[in-house]
Design a protein around this ligand. Structure first.
Ligand code: FAD
Ligand code: SIN
Length: 532
């Protein structure tokens, strides 16, 4: 058994930023990450980080844009806090070596994205996430307080109630089990604090912009341990992923529309003006629904994004990764239109946490995409997630050290993982078949436009898959695909449950059965997982 002060799950912007801050405060930190350390949604972020950074902008405008996108469900105090503390955190990223793109006169270059009334997105060309990830990883490598465990997949939290200790007290976190993917051994990690930064859930859908790590492990794990989960119905579909005949969906950043690109339908006509006064720079939910409607009307497999006619070298300099990805498909974006479709991109809901990352389960903290703090409400404003992650991570370090300095019972010896009488899986086809079925079910029945009947259908299918994987889980040796599929099934069930709870259309949740908004503003909540 390995003991630390804090176990961090995830090495994206939230996990790395928090680890650095906690280490500065003297904590011994273990970071567990399930693939290589850079593999995260963070690493693929393109557009940038939204932050008030120019004299023509102010906090009030950023707050107003965020609240408007959130469609009534943002918590205003959280929004203000994150936006007002943003510039200080961005300055820290610059000090860590993130070289944000500059204009010729030396001022920082600011992108514009949908829903923003000002140019306020700091970026490193279209490779912002990679630049941030590299700077943070470099700093983490230099900290003697932090140990990185790559290829370690967290399986489940260990709580006091789960091991039958302190039953009279409130349930709290004592550590976790993780699979060392390379040795296939399950290890026990003991710590009074687990900081979850395990990212999103994109792979619960057939088409997603997310890398393969986004399988909702953090949410499923928290839910099983009794943490409150909130607003899972709010899945953000990015309007413009590059269409290809495979399931791969490379993101075409909204910043391309910010530079003047226009969406066109199959007849070649621009259409966004018919859906919203801000046309191509309308909030993301509006653009995704408009594309969905145009595709359904024409039966097309994709629509077009057009930035043709612009200088080739300028486009290649501004958007090197998009330029190259399109070129690999034989598309020269300075000449050709780009075929685009929506794809699952971001989860606005998640583990309910406050702006200090505290959850309802003592010892469990959550930040970044895995958490639902109240910043995004029913729809995230573009590029607000990197901002949220750095601000909440900073505040969480203070909150966690406060928790650690208070009196709480010592972490007892934890039981080791018992594999029992299990054998190696020789029926892997069941896993791939069920994963495929789950992703298709979610795409077809729980997509951009929903109905109660489709949600109920999804519910029945997910329940059957859950039963099948439950049996599989108890009969076979654990392996990454099985663990991830088990988590995705839990996540799918949570999304559907929240979607059924919301009897209205708001933000990212649109249902034909309740097309209007209700007067009452409420979050959807699910509690009491298996172990609670
Ligand atoms: P991630 O960066 O996703 O990191 C999660 C980490 O957890 C990974 O290291 C993963 O391996 C690890 N992990 C997961 N499960 C386990 C487990 N069971 N055990 C151990 N480790 C685990 N947002 C913006 O604000 N601006 C943008 O421009 C932008 N562009 C984007 C472009 C793309 C293509 C995508 C996919 C997202 C984009 N986003 C953007 C969203 C943003 O990148 C993410 O929301 C943000 O990076 C999430 O950071 P995170 O630290 O919470 O999680
Ligand atoms: C993009 O660059 O369009 C993605 C930005 C985001 O998801 O916030």
């Amino acid at each position: 058994m390995e003991r630390f002060d804090i176990i961090v799950v995830g090495s994206g912007i939230a996990g790395l930023s928090f680890s650095l801050k906690a280490a500065e405060r003297g904590c011994r930190v273990a970071i567990l990450t399930k693939k290589n350390q850079a593999e995260s949604n963070t690493n693929y972020a393109q557009g940038g980080i939204a932050c008030v950074f120019s004299s023509g902008d102010d906090f009030e405008l950023h707050v107003r844009d965020t609240l408007k996108a959130g469609d009534g469900l943002c918590q205003e105090s959280v929004v203000r806090c994150i936006i007002e503390e943003g510039p200080e955190r961005v300055e820290e990223l610059i000090r860590l070596g993130v070289a944000f793109s500059q204009l010729e006169d030396g001022r920082v270059s600011l992108h514009r994205e949908g829903g923003h009334s000002k140019r306020r997105i700091l970026h490193v060309q279209d490779l912002t996430g990679r630049a941030i990830e590299q700077a943070l990883l470099h700093a983490v490598a230099e900290s003697p307080q932090i140990t990185m465990f790559e290829h370690h997949l967290a399986i489940d939290l260990i709580t006091s109630h789960k091991i039958g200790r302190f039953a009279a007290e409130q349930n709290r976190v004592l550590g976790l089990y993780a699979l060392d993917v390379r040795t296939e051994e399950v290890k026990t990690y003991s710590a009074p604090v687990v900081f979850l930064a395990a990212g999103g859930v994109g792979h619960v859908y057939l088409y997603t912009t997310n890398p393969s790590i986004a399988t909702g492990d953090g949410i499923a794990m928290s839910w099983r341990a009794g943490a409150e989960i909130r607003n899972m119905e709010f899945i953000q579909f990015h309007p413009t992923a590059l269409y290809s005949k495979t399931e791969e969906r490379f993101l075409i950043s909204e910043a391309v529309r910010g530079e003047g690109a226009v969406l066109r339908n199959t007849a070649g006509e621009p259409f966004m003006q018919r859906y919203h006064p801000s046309a191509d720079l309308a909030p993301r939910d509006v653009v995704a629904r408009a594309i969905d409607a145009e595709m359904k009307r024409s039966g097309a497999t994709h629509l077009w994004l057009d930035i043709s006619g612009r200088d080739r070298d300028e486009l290649r300099e501004k958007f090197p990764s998009i330029f190259a990805a399109c070129e690999r498909q034989g598309i020269d974006i300075s000449r050709d239109r780009i075929p685009v479709v929506p794809a699952a991109h971001y989860l606005c809901g998640g583990v309910a946490a406050n702006v200090d990352a505290e959850t309802n389960l003592p010892g469990l903290y959550a930040a970044g995409e895995v958490a639902c703090t109240g910043l995004h409400g029913a729809n995230r404003l573009a590029s607000n997630s990197l901002l949220e992650a750095v601000v909440v991570a900073h505040r969480a370090a203070r909150a966690v050290t406060g928790y650690l300095s208070n009196d709480y019972p010592d972490v007892p010896a934890l039981p080791e993982w018992v594999d029992g009488d299990v054998r190696n899986s020789d029926e892997r086809v069941v896993l791939s078949h069920n994963w495929d079925e789950l992703k298709r079910t979610m795409w077809d029945y729980v997509g951009i436009v929903r109905t109660t009947k489709r949600l109920e259908r999804a519910c029945t299918r997910i329940e059957r898959l859950r039963q099948e994987i439950h049996d599989y889980y108890w009969n076979f040796k654990v392996e990454p695909t099985l663990l991830e599929l088990r988590n995705l099934i839990e996540v799918a069930a949570l999304i559907v449950e929240c979607a059924l709870q919301r009897r209205e259309s708001r933000g990212l949740h649109y249902t034909l059965d309740y097309p209007e908004k209700r007067g009452k503003l409420e979050d959807t909540r699910v509690v009491q997982g298996h172990d609670a």
